[in-house]
Design a protein around this ligand. Structure first.
Ligand SMILES: Nc1ncnc2c1ncn2[C@@H]1O[C@H](COP(=O)(O)OP(=O)(O)OP(=O)(O)O)[C@@H](O)[C@H]1O
Ligand SMILES: O=P(O)(O)OC[C@H]1O[C@](O)(CO)[C@@H](O)[C@@H]1O
Length: 443
């Protein structure tokens, strides 16, 4: 391991930075030293509350804590490295950006040409690259890191995980998630008010969550207005005993109205063949999902029409309203911690890692560790889902399908779900900070 890029500075034992680094051992008492740090920041993938806050804190942290004055913003995602302009970022430029949603840099999907990206990094004399984005983005970051290593460049690459769906593995939580849950409640509240105001009113609210139902689950638990929450991890069925239609009839009879929350990736198998376009992908190769909310709305309407029962169903899709809002107070604090932790890691000479909290402690996790892990998902035999079921009293739909097999380690644990016992599984993910390997130093 060559530390030529690092200048050895002994950190004051009692300084906050000293405390921060002591946890991970003496090698971290080494700061990044090149002639001059020249950093760049890029955001890729979908929007997420808090993107601007992270950008702001990287710029201000580098400037104020490390005297770094050269920070470039790459416009429009990965392709911006070679196809767009750059924006010089200073504390003055970014001062107020955390109050706005979106990203001042712009973002995109697709357009990952590693060779051209690294050429651009090399040509511009950049020696620190901060990459903010979801799992696709971090795969791209890992490839960029490998190419930089192959070329023998003294450039640090650091990833800041972003996904509103909260499905990045290993880390405790992704930024923007709290804000998304809070904003989702506004939509749920609208659905509740609409449903209450009409005879047999049904508010159907679609929330984000392509493969994991965290937003739907937490928004349901937080709001208490939801009668039924449907997520990708919990298959459900419509007709017959224990099915969704039967439950809707029961709730309408009892209360005269109800609210259903559905995550965008739930019940995709119920979307009719004609609507399904399995081969369609976005520019990054992600499968495009059909609007399950619209589809289920129609199926509910058809069902009650057949039964000659009048219902008033209001479908609410707040997807982009939720993603586009500025981050709330707790996410702003969290974004600050994330950004500072990552720049400390990079200035300490680390590269090829994503930064994030693991069991409440900030960790630097090598790209290869994150990329081999499966997406974080709601475990429907875990306590949180059981809590939701007992809060909504919805059917578990477990009569119909067996509990989804999860390839995480199974721990014998019996849970009461809808009055029935089920063998529980808990996620035994690599959550132990000690087990996380050290990321590399720039060569
Ligand atoms: N396997 C991969 N290898 C290299 N680059 C990738 C890979 N997958 C995605 N990318 C690139 O990463 C960028 C973002 O990817 P993607 O659109 O999948 O969003 P994401 O980072 O997963 O965020 P979100 O959670 O919002 O979907 C794109 O520019 C895409 O080309
Ligand atoms: O419409 P876009 O911008 O491609 O993004 C949609 C996707 O992005 C996410 O918000 C984050 O991955 C998903 O929940 C959603 O399916």
């Amino acid at each position: 391991m060559d530390d030529t890029v690092a200048q050895k500075i002994v950190v004051e034992k009692n300084s906050p930075r000293g405390t921060h680094f002591r946890r991970a051992g003496p090698r971290q008492k080494v700061y990044f030293e090149s002639e001059e740090v020249h950093a760049c920041i890029v955001t890729c993938g979908g929007l997420c509350p808090g993107l601007n806050t992270v950008i702001r804190e990287i710029v201000c942290g580098l400037y104020h804590m490390y005297g770094v004055h050269k920070v470039l913003g790459i416009e429009g995602g990965y392709r911006g490295f070679y196809a767009r302009n750059t924006i010089p970022l200073t504390p003055k430029v970014v001062n107020d950006i955390h109050k706005r949603g979106g990203t001042i840099l712009g973002t995109s999907r697709g357009g990952q040409d590693t060779s051209k990206i690294v050429d651009s990094i090399q040509d511009r004399g950049i020696n620190q690259v901060y990459i903010i984005g979801g799992d696709g983005t971090q795969k791209g970051a890992s490839v960029i890191f490998e190419e930089i290593r192959r070329r023998g460049l003294k450039v640090a690459v650091a990833g800041i995980p972003k996904t509103i769906d909260n499905d990045i593995p290993i880390i405790d939580k992704s930024f923007g998630f709290d804000t998304a849950v809070e904003e989702a409640q506004r939509a749920i509240s609208a659905g509740h008010i609409e449903s209450e105001s009409f005879e047999n009113g049904i508010g159907l609210v679609k929330l984000m969550g392509r493969y994991s139902g965290f937003i739907a689950m937490y928004a349901t638990l937080a709001s208490r207005d939801v009668d039924c929450c449907l997520i990708p991890e919990s298959p459900f069925y419509l007709e017959g005993p224990g099915g969704l239609f039967e439950f809707i009839e029961k709730r309408l009879k009892e209360n005269g109205h109800m609210v259903i929350v559905i995550a965008e990736g739930a019940g995709q198998e119920l979307v009719s063949e004609s609507l399904r376009t399995t081969d369609q992908q976005d520019a990054s190769g992600n499968k495009l999902l059909q609007d399950v909310g619209l589809c289920i709305s129609q199926k509910i309407k058809d069902h009650f029409k057949r039964k000659k029962m009048v219902i008033n169903l209001k479908y609410i899709d707040p997807t982009y309203m939720i993603r586009a809002v500025p981050s709330n107070a707790s996410d702003n604090v969290y974004c600050t911690l994330l950004a500072q932790s990552v720049i400390h890691g990079t200035m300490a000479g680390y590269t090829g890692f994503i930064g994030g909290p693991v069991n409440g402690r900030h960790a630097y996790i090598p790209f290869h560790r994150v990329l081999v892990e499966k997406q974080n998902k709601v475990v429907i035999t875990d306590r949180m889902w059981a809590r939701l079921l007992s809060s909504t009293h919805q059917p578990s739909f477990m009569d119909h399908k067996d509990v989804m097999e999860d390839d995480t380690e199974k721990v014998g644990q019996t849970l009461q779900v809808n009055g029935k016992s089920h063998l529980g599984t808990t996620t035994a993910k690599a959550r132990d900070t000690e087990s996380i390997e050290e990321p590399s130093k720039p060569i």
